[in-house]
Design a protein around this ligand. Structure first.
Ligand SMILES: [Fe+2]
Length: 423
């Protein structure tokens, strides 16, 4: 464990058995992921595409441009012979945080970018899609090592685009929540939000606690597992756990309402000092999108479902709730161990991200990938906490057991809730 100097971003080797058509699968996957991003803006108005509700969020058009820039900068420009960057100045607009690649437009000002217009961004996407298809077709002519490295980068680009699909939706929710008209991203009763609410009803399997004896356990991505993983999920390593119990289900809106009714936001003894300062300064009195008996959602203002998992909580609120409930947040090792057991863990994926007590730090022996893509995760491993699972906005084929999401403790525009632990 922890001894490997092997590549951290290793997908299924695509050069093997090309006659069986894996490059066709890759073509299809490329098309599916790229099309889904564009489907997310199909119901939006042109003005929505530049909406940036706050400095942490980005406009939909920027997400479409940035994911395209990622493929052009990391795959096509360096690796596809003859590729020409038609708009070199766009790299300045759509680079997010890669210092090795160059200077960039300030993040809080992405909403000012009315140009290039969406039609130009979509045309760029078409051009880059064609370049990516040419690159995939060229893989059999590359050396096995190069084909492996390129398919790993391609997969990273696709996983990156899927991350941005979720970001696009949570950023939109933030932006629309600031509009007094309370607009809906998914108009009508059949929106994704309505579907999610149905799925998250009271689940009898998700009551009570499960206990674990603890001991010496291993967490993190298995080196021999060919499935995709981000570099931050490695190396697999051992952790010592004391005996613990984990709640089978997630904390619900009704339970969180009891915390509020019991003065949860008025009792400093329940809070970390920094959290109390943030909550007081920002006048937090409830989860971010609660409005009276309702909740602002991608479907607009909806009645709040008492049994549904509470969401849009900061780490500080989740931590205070757990203390009030006589429990605590689980560590990420406890979460992963429970979720990897033969019975799985109810409500682990597809509802809300679950805050853990674990600071976002490198696993023992972690090494960032060489080059600019090494900036993907490693440089953010400070001052944040890990969230586990996935949420209803996460593409269904994107989450996995070892996934480490991370946000600063005061953030609450992502769909984050909590599961209690004790012991
Ligand atoms: Fe990004």
């Amino acid at each position: 464990m922890g001894s490997s100097a092997e590549p951290r971003l290793r997908p299924t080797p695509l050069h093997e058995g090309l006659h069986e058509g894996p490059h066709e699968q890759l073509h299809q996957r490329l098309q599916r992921v790229r099309e889904r991003t564009e489907a997310l803006i199909a119901g939006l108005e042109p003005e929505d595409l530049c909406l940036q509700g706050m400095a942490d969020a980005s406009p939909p058009k920027w997400h479409l441009g940035h994911t395209t820039w990622f493929f052009e900068a990391f795959l096509l420009e360096p690796h596809l012979p003859g590729w020409r960057v038609e708009e070199p100045r766009w790299a300045y607009l759509f680079n997010s945080y890669y210092d090795a690649v160059g200077e960039r437009h300030p993040r809080p000002q992405r909403g000012l970018l009315t140009r290039p217009p969406i039609a130009a961004v979509l045309a760029w996407r078409r051009r880059v899609d064609a370049g990516l298809r040419a690159l995939v077709d060229d893989l059999p002519r590359r050396s096995p090592a190069e084909a492996d490295a390129l398919s790993a980068l391609l997969e990273l680009g696709l996983q990156h685009e899927q991350q941005h699909q979720e970001l696009l939706l949570m950023d939109l929710l933030d932006g629309f929540s600031r509009n007094p008209l309370e607009p809906a991203v998914n108009p009508g009763p059949q929106g994704a939000e309505a579907e999610w609410t149905l799925r998250s009803g009271d689940d009898p399997a998700a009551r009570g606690w499960r206990s674990h004896p603890g001991g010496l356990v291993a967490i993190g991505h298995e080196d021999r597992d060919p499935g995709f993983h981000f570099d931050n999920e490695t190396p697999r390593h051992r952790v010592w756990l004391e005996p613990f119990e984990l709640a089978q289900g997630l904390v619900s809106n009704a339970e969180y309402g009891d915390f509020i009714a019991d003065g949860g936001y008025r009792r400093p003894e329940l809070w970390m000092s920094e959290g109390w300062a943030v909550a007081s300064a920002r006048r937090w009195q409830a989860p971010r999108y609660w409005r009276g008996d309702g909740e602002f959602t991608l479907d607009g203002l909806r009645p709040r479902q008492p049994g549904a998992p509470v969401r849009h909580l900061s780490w500080f609120e989740a931590d205070a709730y757990a203390r009030w409930a006589g429990a605590r947040l689980p560590s990420e090792a406890e979460w992963e161990l429970a979720a990897s057991g033969p019975d799985g863990l109810p409500m682990a994926f597809g509802l809300v991200w679950q805050w853990t007590a674990s600071p976002y730090r490198p696993y023992p022996g972690f090494r960032a990938a060489p080059g600019a893509v090494g900036e993907y995760n490693g440089k953010f491993m400070t001052s944040q906490f890990v969230l586990r699972g996935s949420c209803f906005l996460t593409p269904s084929d994107h989450g996995r057991l070892t996934y480490r999401n991370f946000f600063p403790p005061a953030s609450r525009w992502m769909a984050a809730g909590l599961r209690l632990a004790r012991g």
